[in-house]
Design a protein around this ligand. Structure first.
Ligand code: MF3
Ligand code: CO
Length: 253
C-alpha cells in the first residue's frame, strides 16, 4: 500500500533530508586516503546529532553502524570498520538514512578518494546520471515502471549492468514502503505516480556482471567478479507539477 504524505509529514522528512545532505557535504570535504570507513561513520553520527536526527540504519534488522560505507566491489551495506583504510583511487558509496521525529530520508553518494582511474570515474558518473534519467519520469500519471525502464536503458546503453537483488522504494515513517522501484523493468507498468508520494530512486550499477554475493558478515553485498560498483540515491517528493529532491545540499551538483 502506497502512503501519500501530508504537508506536515513532508516537512519532517525534509529535516531528515537536510541532515543527510549535510553529512554528504562534510564527507565530500574530508574524505581522503588514510581515513577509515569508521571515520566516515563518526562524521555521520555527529552531523545527524547536530541536526536533531538519529541514524535509522543503526539497529535496523540488527545493522551495527550509523552508515553503510561500501568500497569498490562492495555494492551496498558495507559495515564501517576501524581497520578498513581508504586509499587513493577508491570509490566509496555512503548510504545514509536519517530519522527526524519519526520521519526518514534516505540517500547515497559514491565518493572518490583522491584521483580516480578513468574507468572508475565513468562508472560513478553513469550511476549518478542514471538517477537523473529515472527522475525525468517522475511525472504525475507516469508509472514506476517508467522510472525503472529509464534507469535500466541508460545504464545498459553505457555498457554496465543494474543489480537485481536491491531496489528503490517508498519512504516515510518507515525506511522501506511501497512501491518497490527496481532499476530494471518495462515502461508503462506498475503503480501510477501521484502527488504526495515520497520515493527513493537509487541506481546500483555494476561495471562487470550483475551477480552478487553477501560476505560472511551477513551484510556486505559484493560483485562476484570483484569488479567495481557504484550507487547514487535521493529521496524525492512527487508534487502536482513535478518533484522535489529533499536530500541534496545547496549548491550540490
Ligand atoms: N539505505 C538502504 C536503502 O537504500 C538500506 C540500509 S540497510 C541498513 O534502502 F540496514 F543499513 F539499514
Ligand atoms: Co534506499
Amino acid at each position: 500500500m502506497v502512503i501519500i504524505k501530508s504537508e506536515r509529514e513532508i516537512e519532517l522528512m525534509k529535516k531528515a533530508g537536510y541532515a543527510v545532505a549535510q553529512a554528504f557535504k562534510v564527507i565530500g570535504e574530508k574524505i581522503r586516503p588514510g581515513m577509515t570507513t569508521m571515520d566516515v561513520d563518526s562524521i555521520v553520527e555527529q552531523i545527524f546529532a547536530a541536526n536533531g536526527c538519529t541514524s535509522a540504519e543503526k539497529g535496523y534488522y540488527g545493522y551495527p553502524a550509523n552508515a553503510c560505507v561500501s568500497v569498490n566491489e562492495e555494492l551496498v551495506h558495507g559495515i564501517p570498520s576501524k581497520s578498513k583504510f581508504l586509499k587513493e583511487g577508491d570509490i566509496v558509496s555512503v548510504d545514509l538514512v536519517a530519522n527526524y521525529k519519526g520521519y526518514m530520508a534516505d540517500a547515497c553518494r559514491t565518493f572518490a578518494v583522491g584521483k580516480l582511474s578513468p574507468n572508475a570515474a565513468r562508472l560513478v558518473k553513469v550511476t549518478k546520471d542514471a538517477f537523473f534519467e529515472g527522475l525525468k519520469q517522475v511525472v504525475v500519471g507516469n508509472t514506476i515502471g517508467d522510472i525503472s525502464h529509464a534507469v535500466q536503458t541508460f545504464v545498459e546503453s553505457n555498457g554496465y549492468n543494474v543489480a537485481r537483488e536491491y531496489t528503490g522504494h517508498g519512504i516515510g515513517a518507515n525506511m522501506h514502503e511501497d512501491p518497490s522501484i527496481p532499476n530494471f523493468g518495462k515502461a508503462g507498468t506498475g503503480v501510477l505516480i501521484r502527488p504526495g508520494m515520497t520515493l527513493c530512486i537509487e541506481p546500483m550499477v555494476m561495471e562487470g556482471k550483475k551477480d552478487l554475493r553477501v560476505l560472511p558478515d551477513g551484510w556486505t553485498a559484493v560483485s562476484r567478479d570483484k569488479k567495481l560498483t557504484a550507487h547514487y540515491e535521493n529521496t524525492v517528493v512527487v508534487t502536482s507539477n513535478g518533484y522535489e529532491i529533499i536530500t541534496m545540499y545547496e549548491g550540490e551538483e
